[in-house]
Design a binder for this molecule. Structure first.
Ligand code: ZN
Length: 240
């Protein structure tokens, strides 16, 4: 089985299209979207339809719930403005779809949340080994996938030792736990302005995070034309 797992598209259609095109060469059996389809970018409904057409399993991100009308208190000023803008652009049907997304995905091989396994309902960020340790204790499968920080990263736990890796390829082995942050399709924040996406091959036991170029200029000009905060366009060029 080959999984295509991606997160944090954030209404960036140019980045999403580049990732979906790349996935076409990867013989993916099952797509999983880890949430935050909308918010920040100028094409929220187009991104939602493209992901629905994939037949992906989709879980909720904080922005999806924010747009659907569930509390936006915790968002910063740019996120709040983008959420209010996005609400106006989505149909009632789209908002209802986002509102009813589940918080977790689990199957025979993997488990997924948007933020972290502890309290998936309040979307905590998982940045550090200490935070990862809390999640290792809760894992029901040897490998878990998440997003939310927009920083691709892998945490492993084996023989009592936890490690944070910035590696793009990690091999699973018996007795090893792995938490993989797949990064962000539409708004990477690790200083690399390339769309991030993940592939997990259960036969090879290989987790891979890949990066791909997309038309940043076009995504930026759509954000400016939409009168969304200029910073949301600028940051795409910086990958921050
Ligand atoms: Zn996000």
């Amino acid at each position: 089985m080959r999984y295509g797992i991606f997160s944090d598209v954030h209404g960036n259609l140019e980045a999403l299209e580049a990732v979906l095109k790349a996935y076409k060469h990867e013989s993916i059996d099952r797509f999983i979207c880890l949430g935050d389809i909308v918010g920040y970018g100028a094409d929220p409904s187009q991104c939602l339809s493209a992901i629905q057409r994939l037949n992906a399993d989709i879980i909720a991100g904080n922005h999806d719930w924010g747009v659907a009308g569930i509390s936006i208190e915790a968002f910063n000023i740019y996120a709040k403005e983008a959420i209010l803008w996005t609400r106006e652009r989505l149909s009632a049907k789209d908002k209802e779809f986002l509102e009813h997304l589940p918080l977790q995905y689990i199957d025979e091989n993997i488990e997924c949340v948007h933020g972290a396994l502890h309290h998936p309902d309040i979307f905590p960020y998982l940045h550090t080994i200490e935070q990862a340790r809390e999640d290792f204790n809760l894992m029901k499968r040897p490998v878990a996938f998440l997003g939310h920080t927009h920083i691709p990263q892998v945490f492993t736990f084996a023989a009592g030792k936890a490690q944070a890796l910035r590696r793009q390829r990690v091999l699973l082995s018996v007795g090893k736990l792995c938490i993989c942050n797949v990064g962000s399709v539409g708004q990477p924040r690790d200083g690399i302005p390339l769309a991030s996406y993940c592939i997990f091959d259960t036969k090879k036991k290989l987790v891979e995070i890949k990066r791909i170029k997309y038309n940043i200029i076009q995504a930026q000009s759509k954000i400016k034309d939409a009168c969304l905060p200029e910073f949301l366009a600028t940051r795409l060029g910086q990958g921050r």
